[in-house]
Ligand binder design. Structure first.
Ligand code: SF4
Ligand code: SF4
Length: 75
C-alpha cells in the first residue's frame, strides 16, 4: 500500500531526502507522495522512512491505493 500526506503537512522537506524510491513530490502548498512508486519502504527499511522523518505525523497509509500484488510477493 502506498502512503499519503495529509493537509497538516508544513512542507518542511524532512521526508524528501530519506525516501528510497524518490516518491516524495515537493508540491505547493503541501508535499505529495507518488502512490505508483511508493513501496512503503519494503526492502529498504523496517518502517516507512518518511513517517519517521515527519515532525507533524501527517503521513498515513493510503487506503485508496493498495500496493500491487506482485510487489507483495517479492516482499
Ligand atoms: S513510505 Fe518509503 S517509499 Fe513511500 S513515500 Fe515514504 S519514504 Fe518513500
Ligand atoms: S516531513 Fe511531513 S511535514 Fe515535512 S514535508 Fe514531509 S509530509 Fe510535510
Amino acid at each position: 500500500m502506498a502512503l499519503k500526506i495529509l493537509e497538516a503537512c508544513i512542507a518542511c522537506d524532512a521526508c524528501f531526502q530519506p525516501c528510497p524510491t524518490d516518491s516524495i513530490i515537493p508540491d505547493d502548498p503541501i508535499y505529495r507522495i507518488n502512490f505508483e512508486t511508493c513501496t512503503e519502504c519494503k526492502g529498504y527499511a523496517d518502517a516507512p522512512t518518511c513517517v519517521e522523518a515527519c515532525p507533524v505525523d501527517c503521513i498515513v497509509l493510503d487506503e485508496a491505493h493498495p500496493y500491487h500484488e506482485s510487489e507483495k510477493e517479492h516482499g
